[in-house]
Design a protein around this ligand. Structure first.
Ligand code: FA5
Ligand code: MG
Length: 448
């Protein structure tokens, strides 16, 4: 597997958060803009909306029951990110097209779950929260960026520590101590699914059900709070504001490291939006971490996505802005969460859509998963590397295979728009020409 990173000269080593890592040229695929993001730590920058959102989520999982870990390095091993969690060897997330590798065994974490095994092994508290920047090669639009932030949470109970070894009773007492909310939550699926989400060996149905309820109630409370803060913020600017009643639903999900597993969705702007994944931790993780007498739950939530709902931030690129017109809107909020207001967009700059179409290299048209295969994430990265944060959206507008030659043609629409200034048509054309050349150079396509 040869990586197709942009940038002809691959460095022989890279420095991430002060530590140097040797790269492997067959695997290294981290572009400079992504590497730069590793030093930003937006979740640790006071008054940044990602920081404020982290504070709000943390307030629902208080210390010392939950211990906070907010500064784990983004460079992890494939063991931490995948193997320790039971991802199979052929899982698509492991591919160079989906993840950012430093070498064959080191990558930028794709999720905060990469730290689960180590944090269970450290065994420093009943629960924990981990917030961190995570990295994924992905599509480009207003809710996707190659770097975003997640918060991992977990809560465990120890058979050797709860009275009479009765986990179900101990969890029930903890559920009774949680705040209650009055939102009706849709939860239509049975708690277990024979293949995807069976009751684990060694768990009783009463235990797993209680743990699932504690998990769900804790997370629902947090989402209800986020939405009531969002509503209070909206009312400050518009006293006539009436929002739709909050709707949430639990959907059965699959993760290799939890069973049963769920995703929580929130109804927002006419659609169901997934905000988090979670489940009852697979017992193997506790066993491998040297704490086999524990059992419990874990969740992973996208902080940026919650922040966008909370502040009504329309584009995920804004989080990375150093523009005072963005940052100044949140000044002082970390210390006074009640002063939180909605984001007011500075004047909207016009979009510059440009199309590009090309024939794929003959070897690429065959499909399959072999070296040289065309992957859309490569197009995304080329555009992002050339145009940086001036690209708002990239989507396929046409795709066909020539009936005689069997060659495949693709057409993309790229929307260039700066969030900070008006882009002249000349500038947009220059970006677009550079993108076209990079597509030819990096992917060997033939422009049409
Ligand atoms: C995970 O990353 C799992 N590690 C979550 C988990 C943890 C499950 C612990 C069970 C136990 P997923 O890929 O669905 O799952 O991402 C979790 C959340 O991160 C999503 O629900 C979403 O809120 C956020 N997220 C995922 N991809 C993006 C993205 N490209 N941009 C912004 N947020 C994202
Ligand atoms: Mg998901």
């Amino acid at each position: 597997r040869r990586s197709r990173t942009l940038g002809q000269n691959k460095p022989s080593s890279v420095v991430v958060r002060g530590k140097s890592y040797k790269t492997d040229p067959d695997w290294f695929n981290v572009p400079p803009n992504v590497l730069d993001a590793t030093s930003r730590k937006l979740h640790l920058e006071p008054d940044h909306p990602v920081y404020i959102t982290r504070q709000i989520i943390e307030s629902h999982f208080p210390q010392p029951t939950y211990k906070y870990y907010n500064d784990y390095s983004p460079v992890v091993s494939t063991h931490q990110n995948f193997d320790s969690l039971g991802f199979p060897a052929n899982h698509p997330g492991r591919a160079l097209t989906d993840s950012y590798y430093i070498s064959d065994t080191t990558l930028l974490r794709t999720h905060t779950s990469a730290h689960q095994a180590d944090t269970f092994r450290a065994n420093e508290s009943d629960g924990y929260l981990i917030s961190a920047d995570v990295y994924r090669r992905d599509e480009i639009d207003r809710s996707h960026y190659p770097v975003f932030h997640q918060m991992e949470g977990a809560r465990s109970w120890d058979r050797q520590k709860v009275p009479d070894g009765d986990i179900a009773a101990a969890v029930r007492r903890d559920i009774d101590a949680l705040p209650k909310h009055d939102v009706v939550v849709e939860d239509p699926n049975p708690p277990f699914h024979a293949e995807r989400n069976p009751l684990q060996e060694g768990h009783s149905a009463a235990e797993a059900t209680a743990i699932g309820e504690h998990l769900k109630r804790s997370l629902e409370n947090m989402v209800v709070d986020v939405f009531s803060r969002a509503k209070a913020a909206a009312l400050k600017d518009d006293p006539t504001f009436v929002d739709e009643p909050l709707r949430m639903r639990w959907v059965e999900a699959y993760f290799p490291f939890t069973s049963p597993s769920w995703e929580l969705e929130v109804y927002y702007a006419g659609d169901w939006l997934e905000v988090l994944g979670c489940g009852v931790v697979k017992q193997d993780l506790y066993v491998n971490a040297g704490v086999p007498s524990q059992l419990g739950w874990a969740f992973g939530i996208g902080i940026d996505r919650i922040a966008m709902l909370l502040f009504k931030i329309p584009d995920i690129r804004l989080f990375w802005s150093r523009d005072e017109r963005f940052l100044s809107q949140f000044t002082g909020v970390s210390d006074r969460l009640d002063t939180l207001r909605r984001f007011v967009p500075f004047s909207k700059y016009p979009p510059c859509p440009k199309d590009v179409s090309f024939w794929l290299r003959a070897t690429s048209a065959a499909g399959g998963n072999t070296r040289g295969t065309f992957h859309e994430n490569d197009v995304m990265e080329i555009v992002r590397s050339v145009a940086g944060d001036v690209v708002e959206d990239v989507r396929v507008i046409d795709e066909f295979t020539h009936p005689k030659t069997g060659r495949r043609s693709m057409a993309y629409r790229i929307v260039y728009r700066s969030l900070e200034r008006t882009l002249t048509n000349d500038e947009a054309n220059q970006f677009h020409e550079a993108v076209r050349q990079a597509l030819v150079r990096e992917l060997g396509v033939e422009l049409r």
